[in-house]
Design a protein around this ligand. Structure first.
Ligand code: NI
Length: 267
């Protein structure tokens, strides 16, 4: 079994679906934006065995066509008729439109509304969507274990053991499972996620020394590695999200310490 991911970019609004035909700029997005159109990316994940001659799971042109003709129309209609809908509310119809036209098994579709915000529906459970939004905070930390000697700490943590600490611009991305009700409405909104993440993680951590100013990492707390920061973020957020009573559950939190280092909890 092999998995294929295809990302299709397009604009919605006054964009002309018949556009420039074979000269379309699929990289920048087609239909291309006119004026102040809205831009989207839809990523389709499918799996299957390869065709013995083609070596394809599915011809990507089939995916491009159904996204541009079918899924984009669902989004355009919603932009016009109910612009305050949560994007997750469109996902059952988008998934079904793509699933019907795609000869391979579609495992999930993800609608990206910005470089930082996306909504995914997995084919195995269409009663919910996964909402992900990125946040940032700047903080300093020092990696140090009290019961080890200075030499042992230096050997284990190197420059990260600097007694005066050092800083990172951390990126935090919670992934929340949001239930859809019988009318495919999504009670838990992006605004709920933003309010809780800012209150539980960003405000307490931003422009702080994690070792000295945040109890989770202070004396008696854990070492502020990116792995532990991801776990602490998860533990701080999981209950408030569940307690909101809007059918949402925190699935995981990913924290990037740099472009090259990230941890997800739970994996
Ligand atoms: Ni560091």
């Amino acid at each position: 079994m092999t998995e294929l991911i295809r990302i299709v970019r397009f604009a919605v609004g006054s964009a002309d679906p018949d556009g420039p035909g074979e000269h379309a700029n699929g990289h920048g997005g087609f239909p291309s934006a006119r004026g102040l159109d809205r831009y989207f990316e839809l990523s389709v994940r499918c799996r299957g065995e390869l065709g013995s001659q083609s070596g394809y799971i599915v011809n990507i042109k089939v995916i491009d066509d159904v996204v541009r003709s079918g899924a984009a129309a669902v989004i355009a209609r919603a932009c016009r008729d109910r612009p305050d809908a949560e994007p997750g509310e469109l996902m059952p119809e988008i998934l079904e439109t793509i699933r019907r036209a795609c000869p391979a098994e579609v495992s999930s579709v993800t609608l990206r509304l910005s470089p930082y915000y996306c909504v995914e529906m997995e084919a195995r459970d269409r009663s919910r969507v996964l909402v992900r939004q990125r946040f940032e905070f700047a903080a300093s930390h020092r990696l140090h274990v009290d019961h080890l000697s200075d030499e042992e700490n230096l050997l284990l943590f190197g420059k990260c053991n600097n007694p005066r600490g050092h800083g990172h611009n951390y990126i935090v991305e919670p992934c929340v499972e949001c239930a859809l009700d019988e009318d495919s409405r999504q009670p838990f909104t992006l605004l709920d996620l933003e309010r809780l993440t800012i209150a539980c993680v960003v405000e307490p951590f931003d422009h702080r020394n994690l070792n000295l100013e945040v109890d989770d990492f202070g004396p008696g707390g854990v070492n502020p590695t990116v792995e532990n920061i991801a776990r602490v973020c998860y533990e701080r957020l999981a209950k408030p999200i569940g307690n909101l009573g809007k059918g949402a559950r925190l699935r995981s939190v990913t924290v990037w310490e740099s472009e090259r280092t990230a941890a997800t909890y739970p994996a």
